[in-house]
Design a protein. Structure first.
Length: 363
């Protein structure tokens, strides 16, 4: 039973008292909430959560333990976990350790026994804010520090691969630019037969084109797309030279490369149960999402893009396709992990786009 006190301190002065689990370290970050009912391991290891403290709205987390196969990165960069109830006696045949052990091993603090519904409502009403997980009771000092400390802007640089590597396959050669990619993007491309070369976020367009890819994929990643140094210039240099498919951060960067603008959302979309409308088919797809920024639809005017998908809950842009260039993107995660596979077809569309471009070149 967890008995040692820990506090979640918000920059607006709100303090929640709960119990300590995970690492003994304190943690400061942007407080967000996730509405997923399953897949907590994939969520915690998603690099897009770099420097964030995740509040799980689902009340019980940890009951399936942690296994060695479902991590989306080897070194998670989340700053903390907030739970209603932390289960420390998992029951699952794939489990190799408890959530508490996993968090301890990676230096990630957690708090349980708090009213996560109240925290979620506060974020939803007031927006995401800075917060700290602390064991000490000097809350006024912590609040002042939170109110006067800026967010870091180098998240992509910290989580991107430092050198290129290859995950082989028999089909199209795809270069995946790593802005903080989830491993299941590589797995999904491999499952479609693609030969994948993962490259650092700051790889030049010239170096990418020298690899003679059939297509380039732009990954998800943490933070503000406007902070990703050199990305817009690289994407502009690739446009018209090779098919491009972007997801999440990649989607936002494509918009910026064409002259559109992005904005920070009040509380973002984070969960594996977010409904999206496919405007071409009229169908509703349930998607996995994790983002705090979005493309301004008005700014897309004159860029040559048409909106292909919108969020059912708030109408934000969730997908777009260029009318002339072989470029398309979605704001959500077609690789899921965790989440439903409604959007897996987008990888097939990317394959088809590469096939068509190849046929045109050979004609």
């Amino acid at each position: 039973m967890l008995t040692e006190k820990r506090y979640l301190v918000l920059e607006d002065g709100t303090v929640y008292e709960g119990y300590r689990f995970g690492s003994d370290r304190t943690g400061e970050g942007e407080l967000v909430f996730n509405t997923s009912m399953t897949g907590y391991q994939e969520v915690i290891t998603d690099p897009s959560y770099t420097d964030q403290i995740i509040t799980f709205s689902y009340p019980l987390v940890g009951n399936a333990g942690i296994n060695t196969e479902d991590n989306e990165t080897l070194l998670p960069t989340v700053r903390g976990i907030v739970l209603r109830e932390a289960e420390n006696e998992p029951s699952n045949f794939r489990s190799t350790e408890t959530l508490d052990s996993f968090l301890n091993r990676h230096g990630i603090p957690g708090i349980s026994g708090v009213d996560t519904r109240s925290i979620t409502r506060r974020i939803r009403d007031k927006g995401v804010m800075k917060a700290s997980l602390a064991d000490a009771e000097n809350h006024d000092e912590i609040i002042e520090l939170l109110q006067n400390s800026p967010f870091r802007t180098d998240q992509v640089k910290r989580v991107s691969t430092k050198s290129p590597y290859i995950s082989t396959g028999p089909g199209h050669r795809v270069v995946l630019i790593d802005y903080g990619k989830k491993e299941n993007i590589v797995r999904s491309l491999n499952n479609k037969g693609c030969d994948v070369t993962v490259v650092p976020f700051d790889t030049s367009a010239a170096d990418i084109l020298r690899m003679q890819p059939a297509g380039v994929m732009l990954s998800n990643g943490p933070g503000d797309p406007e902070d990703v140094e050199g990305a817009v210039e690289t994407i502009r240099a690739l446009i018209g030279r090779v098919p491009v498919f972007g997801v999440c951060m990649g989607h936002q960067l494509i918009g910026l490369a064409y002259g559109a603008s992005s904005y920070k959302m009040k509380f973002g979309h984070r969960g594996s149960n977010v409904p999206v409308k496919n405007l071409a088919t009229g169908r509703i797809e349930i998607t996995s999402q994790n983002h705090g920024y979005s493309i301004d639809p008005v700014s897309l005017e004159g860029t040559g893009f048409e909106v292909t998908h919108t969020a059912l809950n708030d109408g934000t842009v969730e997908g777009m396709r260029h009318k002339e260039h072989p470029v398309f993107s979605v704001q959500y995660h077609p690789e899921a992990s965790a989440g439903p596979h409604d959007s897996e077809y987008l990888f097939s569309q990317f394959i088809q786009m590469m096939d068509l471009v190849k046929e045109d070149k050979n004609a």
